[in-house]
Design a protein around this ligand. Structure first.
Ligand code: PEP
Length: 257
């Protein structure tokens, strides 16, 4: 059984005070680890320490939104994996489409970050997903295969103890347009088959694949009920407890056989 994972990607939102308030509300709602749902919040770098204090001792874990592939040193503006661990991060989101498309990250650079994170036991939420034009031209599966291959090059199966995949169709991120349950399940099952072929059936069966893209309380349940959907990476809705907490509750109320 794969434990659900619901993670909030706060993107470039919140100041330290609002971040601590939001994290505090999540921590109060999830005072201890939930048996069937892992929960994480991923604030911007400057709020990591405030959020770490707010979630300390609760069932909510801390994640970052990026990491340098380099060891600490002369890399102005970068943040090393060691620094994320030092402030209590258990997770880092890597390969988000906003970083791929706006900030020019490539599969190669993402792969170096994945390797740096897992080599130090920092969990990775690795995002993959196609654009609208790629979907419309029938390239979805080829794009996913290329991103998985490139971002996981030379990443061996032991690393999968700490890797979660997030399928995030770019056309669904922040748009209010959500993938249908059929589109989501089809992409997730394709990714799971990719893991079985590239690694082995055990890795495929154990690795969690989250869906991300306009997840809201209204659509969470039907998405999370899909056999290969193991949780959600939530952007906009993670900034409001009235939206984020019901998504966690939706996961808690699903029991897959
Ligand atoms: C995201 O940025 O990872 C995301 C899924 O955003 P939203 O939920 O706002 O579409």
């Amino acid at each position: 059984m794969r434990r659900f994972f619901v993670a909030g990607n706060w993107k470039m939102n919140t100041l330290s005070r609002s971040a601590a308030e939001l994290a505090g509300a999540v921590a109060r709602a999830v005072p201890a680890a939930l048996p069937t749902v892992q929960v994480a919040v991923c604030p911007p770098f400057p709020s990591l320490t405030a959020v770490a204090s707010a979630v300390a001792g609760s069932g909510a874990e801390l994640g970052a939104q990026n990491a340098s592939p380099e060891k600490p040193g002369a890399f102005t503006g970068e943040v090393a994996v060691e620094m994320l661990l030092d402030v209590g991060c258990r997770w880092v989101i890597l390969g988000h489409s906003e970083r791929r498309l706006i900030l020019g990250e490539t599969d190669d650079s993402i792969c170096r970050k994945v390797r740096a994170a897992v080599s130090q036991q920092l969990g990775v939420i690795l995002c993959v997903g196609e654009t609208l034009s790629q979907r419309q031209s029938g390239q979805t599966e080829a794009v996913l295969d290329g991103q998985m291959q490139g971002s996981l090059a030379e990443v061996d199966e032991r690393a999968f103890a700490r890797i979660v995949i997030a399928y995030e169709p770019v056309w669904a991120i922040g748009t209010g347009v959500t993938a249908t349950t059929e589109q989501a399940e089809s992409a997730h099952s394709h990714l799971r088959n990719w893991l079985a072929a590239r690694y082995n059936p055990r890795i495929a069966a154990e690795t969690r694949i989250l869906y991300g893209g306009s997840v809201k309380p209204q659509n969470a349940r039907s998405l999370l009920e899909q056999p290969d959907v193991d949780g959600a990476l939530v952007g906009g809705a993670s900034l409001k407890t009235d939206d984020f907490l019901p998504i966690i509750r939706a996961a808690e109320n699903i029991h897959k056989g």
